[in-house]
Design a binder for this molecule. Sequence first.
Ligand code: ATP
Length: 677
Amino acid sequence: LGEITAKSKDPYPDWKKGDPVPYAALCKTFSLIELTTKRLEIMAHCSKFLRQVLRLTPDDLLPTVLLMINKLAPDYAGIELGIGESLIMKAIGETTGRSLQIIKQDQKEIGDLGLVAVKSRSTQPTMFKPKPLTVRGVHKGLMGVATVMGNGAQGRKVDGIKKLLSAADSNSTGKVDITKDKGGPSEAKYLIRFLEGKLRLGLAERTVLVSLAQAVVNHEAALKGQAASPSDVEKAEAMLKTVYSELPSYDVIIPTMVEHGIMNLRDHCKLKPGVPLKPMLAKPTKAITEVLDRFENQTFTCEYKYDGERAQIHYVAKTADEELSQSLPGATKEAGDGVANIFSRNSEDLSKKYPDILAKLHTWVKHDTQSFVLDCETVAWDMTEKKVLPFQQLMTRKRKDVKVEDVKVKVCVFAFDLLYLNGVPLVKKSLRERRELLTRAFVPVEGEFALATHMNGQELEQIQEFLDESVKASCEGLMVKMLDGDESGYEPSKRSRNWLKIKKDYLSGVGDSLDLVVLGAYHGKGKRTSVYGAFLLACYNPSSETYETVCNIGTGFSEAVLEELHKQLSAIVIDRPKPFYSHSAGGQHQPDVWFEPRFVWEVKTADLTLSPRYKAGCKEGVDPSGEKGISLRFPRFIKVRDDKKPDEATSSRQVAEMYRKQEAVTKNKGPAVDDDF
Ligand code: ATP
């Protein structure tokens, strides 16, 4: 790998110190990454480029990293491109003077809009040479496209894309052969892929993070005329990973790191109200005995698992430190004597959905509680019966611009963790300590705010009894958590074995439901002719950035739901599957229509089986021949998961893990049935 760094000459001799980073230089790196599948090589290309940015144009480090991870801003900023295939095709056509019909034809043949753009550009006569694109210019241009609103927004989005596309590849020397080298380092290709939301380089966000740490530590050592030792590199990687998990915002971290040095990051960047953390997640289990095996000789605690919506509440009292109160994002709402924000599981701003919580929040905060970050579940609440209502009730609430006086479904907030209190991050403290602080800082208010019901008994019978109680109290089951010691710290963004979930419906089944992406549909038959009657679903493989098909589903839908889904899905029909869909090609198993990957559905299954029709987990080695994927048996639709983005769907690895666990338990099962379709 040293070779990559040493041998390859600087391909951009014109890029001088202080110049904006040429977009072509970034695309060159992308194309090198695209040609390999080896993670270490990918990392070496990535960190080499970031080092060059640090050396020549450190001010552009932030937009460079953002373009590498296919993002324009942190998730909580709520900035999304939201561009469908048809707008992109329109922009390609208008930029290159080719008709939409021809573009569509090309798309049918090539199946990759990035390459369609390359092909279109290489036939375009160049009248004048526009100024070459820069990384900061592309970031700004795309930001403009993402944030256009109001009348004629679609048209202005197309104009924004055209502006970028017409300047793309203005410094390329010759035609690119799209069949030979995957389109080469074409800027148009990567611009289009960015717009589609998938660069498909095999460059996971975590790899960029590690490469960034390597680049910075090596750059800092070089400034001192030294070389970074392996242990320096390891420490730098650990530092950046920890800081990013507590404060997932490159906008804050990168400028601080450039100014103060990577090993000083922790002193300057800490968890703080206003920047939502990625929540800690749990591993599924299928039996109480499995839980007992895991926590053998450790103390653990059980909590009710409430069935609502995860919410992270950030609050700063007006009397608190001024810097803190200004740190909450623009959408901050007044909350009694303070300002607050509510974030969803995937860091979306939920403040407009829950003005009723914001209005009451100050009444459950003790007067000496100045600032906090709370992890909790909002649950629909029956005011007369004084009990928890099923999730379906919560679903009927409007998602945006809710007015307190119009709220019909009341919610109660059940808090289960405290991550920050009065200026101090708590994630490293034990759960027992965090729980104690939580109990001291808040006052329960019936039907509005409560701490999650818990029980610290360690015996099987006690857990069984508590599970039964939780079900009677309309909960989904239990969460079992490590209570003491280092392992009981809060692990942001991690699916940890220190948190286990026991769902009542999955005891002795597969352990959990799956959250899957809808890729296609089949026209309905009989009573269902005006709607889609069945759907093709997929899980997500983050390392290959592909959606792998896992089942067809036609069960669990009411007529009304089918109509609603038809309305939603017919707006995102595409002519052919995206190149990043992994499905069995041809034959009778093709769906009648394909969709953009946008919606995530929660699905229950009887169990998992191997099938040549599906691709889930193909790369996880579940089938020695590598031909069969995992599929769901008797899948059943439960609900739409609005709080998950497609790339947060159940991963191929999780599906494979579930399959292996099930195999270990049920070695001598009967013959497999494909699915219920
Ligand atoms: P994933 O499937 O990715 O784990 P999910 O959102 O589908 O996530 P579940 O499998 O249902 O989640 O289990 C974890 C979720 O349970 C949490 O994200 C949270 O919303 C909810 N929850 C309810 N009660 C608790 C509790 N006491 N402690 C932690 N989480 C709880």
